[in-house]
Design a protein around this ligand. Structure first.
Ligand SMILES: C[S@@+](CC[C@H](N)C(=O)[O-])C[C@H]1O[C@@H](n2cnc3c(N)ncnc32)[C@H](O)[C@@H]1O
Length: 424
C-alpha cells in the first residue's frame, strides 16, 4: 500500500524519504484557548490539559495548529456580524474556533450529515459555548438549493483521504487507494460547487483538507475556477509552502503544510485555499440592537451581548439575533431552565461562557479540589465560607449549584460527565 501511495504522490514531492519519515512521526499535541470569553485561563497550572478546569469547562479545545488555519483565514475575510456556513462541520473544532474568532457575533450554520457525528458536534458546541450557531444535517451537495447566494463566508473542510495520518493510523492506511482518492475527489468537486453557490456576491469560500493528493486539493480549486466564471482565487499570505500541482495560477495562491519542510514537529499536513465570489466585500450587518434584558438575565449578569432567549417547555436556550430559516437540528446553547416557584436555574455552560459578566456578589471562589469535585458531579457541603451559588476557581467559572438541605447541589448537565469529543 505504501508503495502505491509513493507512486501516486512522489511525482509532486521533493525528497520523498524526508517527507515519509516526517509524516511517520506523530506531531505534538496542541490545544486552542477560547479568547472571546475573557476568562483568565492562564491563571491555572496543570500537568495535562485534559485534567484542567480550563479544558473541562470548554475553555480549551485539543486541535492541531494546522487545522485552526482555515477558521483564521475565513474569519480574517469576514465583515462584522457575519453569516457563515460550515458545510461539513463535525466534530466541530473549526466551528468552535470560528465562533470564537468572530467573538460570537453574527451566526454560524454548522452542517453535518452523519447522525453520530452530529451528536459529537452538538456536544462540542455546547461545551465550548458556541451559542451563535445553528445546526443542519444534510448532504452538503444539496445545500445550495436552499441557501443560494446567502452567506458571507463558507468553510468547506472537506471529507478527504486523511493522508496526513496514513503512516501513523492503520485504519486510514487500510482504506487508502488511488481509487479511493478519485472517489473523494468526485465528492469534493460536487461539494465545492454547492459551497460556492451558497455565497452571496463578495463572499468568501475557504476550502481545506488534511490530505496531500493534488486530486483532492489544487485540482478541486481548478475545477471551481473552471466551473464558475466569477470565482477569484485569493492569494494567501503565510510562511508555509505553496501548491505543488504545477498549475501555477492555483499553486501561487494556496497554502500547503508539508511536514518535512517544517522546522518544528507541531503542524500536521494540511491544504487551504480561499476564493471570493466576484470582488471581495466586507459589507456586514449592522451591530444588533442591545436586547431588552430579561429578568432571568438581570438576576445573574450585569449585561449580556445581544441575544434571543427561547423557551422550549421550560428549557431556555440562548441564540443569535440573526434571522435565518431552515430545518435546524439545534439552535444556540442551553441557558438554563425555569424551575418551581418562578425561579430560574442557570446552566453551568452558560456560566462557563458568560462568567466574566456575572454580578461579583454571586461569585464563590472555591479551592482547586472542590472545583475538580464539582466537575466530577459531586455536591459540596454548604458552609459560612462557601455560601454563594456560582463557583469560580482562580477567576475561572466552574459551575452553578442549587442550595438544598445544607448542601450545594451539583447542577452540571450530566452529559458533560460522560461525553467525549471524537478526534479526527
Ligand atoms: C474533515 S471532517 C470535518 C472536520 C471539522 N470541520 C472539524 O474541524 O471538526 C469532514 C466531515 O464531512 C462530513 N461529510 C461527509 N460527506 C459529506 C457530505 N456529502 N456533505 C457534507 N459533509 C459531509 C463527514 O461526516 C465529516 O464529519
Amino acid at each position: 500500500m505504501f508503495e502505491s501511495f509513493k507512486n501516486h504522490l512522489s511525482p509532486y514531492i521533493n525528497d520523498w524519504d524526508a517527507f515519509f519519515s516526517a509524516i511517520s512521526v506523530r506531531t505534538e499535541r496542541s490545544f486552542r484557548l477560547t479568547k472571546s470569553r475573557n476568562i483568565p485561563y492562564e491563571n491555572e497550572r496543570y500537568d495535562k490539559i485534559t485534567d484542567s478546569i480550563t479544558f473541562q469547562t470548554g475553555g480549551a479545545y485539543i486541535m492541531n495548529p494546522s487545522s485552526i488555519l482555515p477558521a483564521e483565514i475565513l474569519a480574517s475575510h469576514m465583515p462584522a456580524e457575519p453569516l457563515i456556513l460550515d458545510l461539513s462541520a463535525a466534530p466541530g473544532g473549526k466551528t468552535c474556533a470560528l465562533s470564537d474568532l468572530v467573538a460570537r457575533g453574527g451566526l454560524i450554520v454548522a452542517n453535518e450529515p452523519s447522525p453520530a457525528r452530529l451528536k459529537a458536534l452538538h456536544f462540542n458546541l455546547e461545551r465550548c459555548g458556541a451559542w451563535n450557531t445553528k445546526t443542519l444535517s444534510h448532504d452538503g451537495r444539496s445545500l445550495s438549493r436552499f441557501y443560494s447566494g446567502v452567506f458571507d463566508g463558507v468553510l468547506l473542510d472537506a471529507p478527504c483521504s486523511h493522508e496526513n495520518q496514513i503512516a501513523t493510523n492503520p485504519k486510514i492506511a487500510s482504506q487508502w487507494s488511488p481509487a479511493y482518492v478519485q472517489e473523494l475527489a468526485k465528492l469534493q468537486s460536487q461539494l465545492i460547487l454547492s459551497a460556492y453557490d451558497c455565497l452571496k456576491e463578495g463572499g468568501v469560500l475557504v476550502y481545506s483538507t488534511c490530505t496531500f493528493s493534488v486530486e483532492e486539493n489544487e485540482r478541486i480549486i481548478r475545477h471551481l475556477l473552471d466551473s464558475r466564471e466569477d470565482a477569484e482565487l485569493i492569494k494567501l499570505e503565510h510562511q508555509f509552502s505553496r501548491g505543488i500541482s504545477g498549475d501555477d495560477t492555483v499553486d501561487e495562491c494556496v497554502l500547503r503544510i508539508l511536514p518535512h519542510l517544517q522546522a518544528d514537529n507541531m503542524h500536521d499536513g494540511f491544504f487551504v485555499a480561499a476564493i471570493s465570489k466576484g470582488e471581495l466585500s466586507l459589507n456586514g450587518r449592522a451591530a444588533p440592537a442591545p436586547t431588552p434584558q430579561d429578568k432571568i438575565v438581570d438576576e445573574f449578569f450585569t449585561t449580556l451581548p445581544p441575544h434571543i432567549l427561547k423557551d422550549v417547555n421550560g428549557q431556555v436556550y440562548i441564540e443569535s439575533t440573526v434571522p435565518l430559516r431552515g430545518d435546524f437540528r439545534r439552535t444556540g446553547m442551553v441557558f438554563g431552565k425555569r424551575a418551581k416557584r418562578d425561579t430560574f436555574e442557570l446552566s453551568s455552560q452558560a456560566l462557563w461562557e458568560f462568567g466574566a459578566l456575572t454580578h461579583a456578589e454571586l461569585r464563590q471562589e472555591v479551592s482547586e479540589s472542590i472545583a475538580h469535585d464539582y466537575l466530577k458531579g459531586f455536591d459540596t457541603p454548604l458552609t459560612n465560607e462557601y455560601n454563594r451559588k456560582l463557583f469560580f476557581y482562580n477567576g475561572i467559572p466552574v459551575g452553578v449549584t442549587k442550595i438544598v438541605d445544607n448542601m450545594h447541589k451539583n447542577k452540571l448537565d450530566r452529559y458533560f460527565l460522560y461525553g467525549k469529543t471524537i478526534e479526527w
